[in-house]
Design a protein around this ligand. Structure first.
Ligand code: GTP
Length: 306
């Protein structure tokens, strides 16, 4: 039944580590609305956002202060840590009390081990922009090793992140990549489609965040000099969706555009819904034939994947 499938994504880390900032960057407008609607009824959870159909994102401050330790790690332990699909734990690289942060982290993963042993654990070593570039890698490796030692047997994946560059998008895209069901089937389909219509590039986006989860790029597509185009596209499409809601007066998450087409003398592309969780962007060479074939193919495949 549906309820059994509902898994949580916990975004944890101490107050000030950057959770709220990253949530609003990655999920942009979806949160404000959800938080307002759930508002007063939620006592312990700070805010909610739904994505990938059946996942709910929960934010938690792990201050190491008494309230957190006593409430969430003791009396609310089962409630908080059961049914967790993913834990994303944020470490502030600037924290002056790394040892204490590690104690809290250990307590959290222990509770997770007991209640959701199959959860995936990701650690973000965050605010990396505050570290001089030449020290970043070394510091990141050191911290990652220390975190791994305290991970209670969980095989963790860690990322160096900052809200001031593309690293945050890349980390979240990798996390979401692991959460999309049947992604290998979709990837096989995208490769076949790319070959069939000589697509220069095909990009798959997650529906809520519009993060790029996977892509196929041809030799010609690889000549595109815009190396950060995936991250930029995510931002552009989210901005477009915001302006849709401004101009229609509909709630921000509500206007789900069905399709978007652009035709130029150098290339054509369209963006269309592929599965319930994804949109696909297909770039074809100039001319109607490849464009139309690709479009019809995607619209047909959409029914197969539905
Ligand atoms: P609470 O709001 O207390 O729950 O903390 P939080 O974990 O949600 O942190 P929040 O997002 O409020 O960020 C705290 C401060 O860190 C803010 O001033 C942010 O601007 C800053 N911050 C967040 N991410 C980064 C980052 O990657 N680099 C830098 N330099 N500052 C960041």
């Amino acid at each position: 039944d549906r309820k059994a499938k509902k898994k949580k994504v916990l975004l944890m880390g101490k107050s000030g580590s950057g959770k709220t900032s990253m949530r609003s960057i990655i999920f942009s407008n979806y949160v404000a609305k959800d938080a307002r609607r759930l508002g007063a009824t939620i006592d312990v959870e700070h805010s909610h956002v739904k994505f990938l159909g059946n996942l709910t994102l929960n934010l938690w401050d792990c201050g190491g202060q008494d309230a957190f330790m006593e409430n969430y790690l003791a009396s609310q332990r089962d409630h908080v840590f059961s049914n967790v699909g993913v834990l994303i734990y944020v470490f502030d690289i600037e924290s002056r009390e790394f040892d204490r942060d590690m104690v809290t982290y250990s307590a959290v993963v222990r509770a997770l081990r007991e209640n959701s042993p199959s959860a995936a654990v990701f650690c973000l070593i965050h605010k990396m922009d505050l570290v001089q570039a030449e020290y970043r890698q070394k510091l990141f490796d050191e911290r990652t090793n220390l975190v791994k030692e305290r991970s209670e047997g969980f095989k963790i994946t860690s990322f160096a992140t900052s809200i001031w560059d593309q690293t945050l998008y890349k980390a979240w895209a990798s996390i979401i990549y692991t959460l999309i069901p049947n992604l290998h089937v979709l990837e096989g389909y995208l490769r076949e489609l790319a070959a069939a219509v000589e697509a220069e590039e095909i990009i798959l986006f997650e529906r809520t965040t519009f993060l790029v989860v996977t892509s196929v790029t041809s030799e010609i597509g690889a000549l595109n000099p815009a190396h950060d185009r995936f991250e930029r596209l995510s931002t552009i499409i989210k901005t477009f969706k915001q302006s849709l809601s401004r101009h229609t007066g509909l709630p921000r998450s509500s206007p789900q555009f069905a399709e978007f087409q652009v035709k130029t003398s150098r290339f054509n592309f369209f963006i269309a819904r592929l599965t319930s969780n994804t949109y696909v962007l297909v770039v074809t060479p100039p001319g109607e034939a490849a464009f139309n074939t690709a479009r019809i193919n995607v619209l047909t495949a959409r029914n197969d994947f539905a």
